[in-house]
Design a protein around this ligand. Structure first.
Ligand SMILES: [Zn+2]
Length: 505
């Protein structure tokens, strides 16, 4: 036998495609040719595979070896094809029976000493394999946890090439994925340790319930970061589908926590304002990797000191915020990653970032306006809540009442409100108030009576509110009504929404 074939998976963005790895061995000059659009890493695979085989005690076939990865048109990246290449080369040389691996997908990078190293993206690879009808997989031992999350797939793992070869020859076992239940996810910071800040807490709850983006303005020490970091804690846990999606993105980025692979809580990302556009939305040389934006998919992206971010970086967020996905273009092929996020922006009221009323602040009103104007336009236009936070007074700090609610209590109200919204908008294919289109809000079935919206229409008549601003207030009014268990927004709900909107625009 001089030909052998095995299965692996290639990723384009989050989408996995089945890849056939075939090896043909012919008499002649002993050279190795890899074909099928391999990138540099794949060419390096040739040397790694040879060293790994030899250092595993196997003989490298002294023949002309052609390795082909199909489909040729699929851009293939990375080192995860090492394992199937090694196996097909051996099998093609007649040194390994492939029957035990029939219908099995192989993923793994080889070290020169023959160890099998973990690779990125194992979860999305195996989800794709399972969808393509594959029923078993062999993965690196370091990826066994996430691989075990895929339903309907028998997963076995290996730590060395030697172990896999012994298994195929029927003289040793592979490793089973860990079946110990993962520890409960880390709870993260809780609202119960935020003192005072009634307005900030309310804004957080409304944002969570309606899926609204949030802008917090306040001097240093007003608790903006504290509040933002607690938004995930009042969001409902991810359902199975969302959890798999989020975990798959983190798998590709190579940032899955070991031990508890499935991400069940909405993620939180807080990139620094010096972050590059690539770090923010994704990119990198060669393979486009997900950035903070996609790592906060189904969770929260927090931009602290938002006006300090590069304008170009902020611009890059605009389209993904609209579409819920980000498409990255690279010479090696484009990639699309999910980006359905809740955005929280925070800013100091002025560029010097001195506490308000501080004598040292010499910023002119114009300088202050200019500073915040860096955020205006397309980005701020999508933010429903704009809340001004005051620094905590010493009286608030020592306030010792037991009225400080925990995140769990708030989360229950948020869940109830979200359920009500999801039921109401089910016909529109929308789950949260923030995503309901303006025309749908104003459709006869949902249009609010003039007695409820009078204050708003007055502001429109006086040129203080745009049609867009009107829709935003109405969306938040629905959220406030949902939170308070009313089937329709009242005049008071609209008034509170106007207040949370921060007036104007
Ligand atoms: Zn200042």
């Amino acid at each position: 036998m001089s030909y052998a074939k095995a299965f692996s998976v290639g990723l384009v963005g989050l989408v996995g495609h089945l890849v056939e790895v075939e090896a043909d061995l012919a008499p002649g000059v002993p050279v190795v040719t890899l074909s099928g659009l391999p990138d540099t890493a794949l060419n390096e695979a040739r040397d790694r595979v040879r060293a790994a085989l030899v250092n595993s005690g196997e003989q490298w076939p002294n023949r002309r070896i052609t390795v082909n990865l199909l489909p040729a048109s699929l851009p293939k990246h990375g080192s995860l094809f090492d394992l199937p290449i090694a196996v097909t080369v051996l099998a093609g040389a007649g040194m390994l029976p492939l029957a035990p691996l029939r219908g099995t997908v192989l993923l793994g990078e080889l070290g020169l000493d023959g160890t099998v190293r973990p690779v990125r993206g194992v979860l999305p690879c195996l989800l794709a394999a399972a969808r393509a009808g594959i029923r078993s997989a062999v993965v690196p031992a370091g990826n066994a946890g996430e691989a075990g999350l895929v339903p309907g797939l028998t997963v076995r793992a290996t730590d060395t090439l030697r172990r896999l070869i012994d298994f195929v020859r029927g003289i040793g076992p592979l490793l089973d994925p860990p079946d110990t239940p993962p520890p409960p996810p880390a709870a993260g910071p809780d609202l119960s340790d935020v003192v005072g800040q009634d307005l900030g807490r309310r804004a957080l709850e409304v944002a969570a319930a309606g899926g609204h983006h949030l802008f917090l303005i306040g001097p240093p020490g007003a608790g903006k970061t504290m509040l933002a970091a607690r938004l995930p804690s009042v969001l409902p846990a991810l359902d199975d589908e969302a959890a798999l999606e989020v975990t798959a993105v983190h798998s590709i980025a190579g940032v899955l926590p070991s031990g508890a692979p499935m991400i069940r809580r909405p993620p939180f990302q807080a990139p620094h304002h010096t972050a590059s556009a690539a770090a923010l939305v994704g990119g990198g040389s060669g393979v486009a990797r997900p950035g903070a934006l996609s790592l906060s998919h189904h969770g929260v992206l927090f931009l602290d000191e938002a006006p300090e971010f590069a304008t170009r970086a902020l611009e890059c967020l605009r389209q993904p915020l609209e579409d819920g996905v980000v498409t990255l273009h690279r010479s090696g092929g484009g990639a699309t990653y999910p980006a359905r996020i809740q955005l929280v922006l925070a800013a100091n009221p002025c560029p010097c970032a001195k506490p308000s009323g501080d004598r040292d602040c010499e910023c002119t009103p114009l300088a202050r306006r200019r500073y915040l104007a860096r955020l205006s336009g397309p980005l701020l236009d999508r933010v429903d809540l704009r809340v001004q936070l005051d620094p905590l007074s010493s009286r608030q700090l020592v306030r010792d009442d037991d009225a400080t609610e925990s995140s769990g209590t708030v989360r229950l109200r948020v869940q109830t409100a979200r359920d009500a919204a999801a039921r109401r908008w089910a016909g529109l294919g929308v789950r949260t108030n923030a995503r309901v289109g303006g025309a749908d809000l104003r459709a006869p079935a949902y249009r609010l009576p003039r007695t409820v919206t009078r204050q708003l229409t007055d502001e429109i008549d006086r040129g203080l509110l745009s049609a867009r601003g009107f829709d935003r207030v109405i969306r938040m009014s629905w959220t406030i009504a949902d939170l308070d268990g009313r089937s329709r927004p009242s005049r008071e709900d609209v008034a509170e929404a106007m207040f949370l909107r921060g007036g104007g625009h």
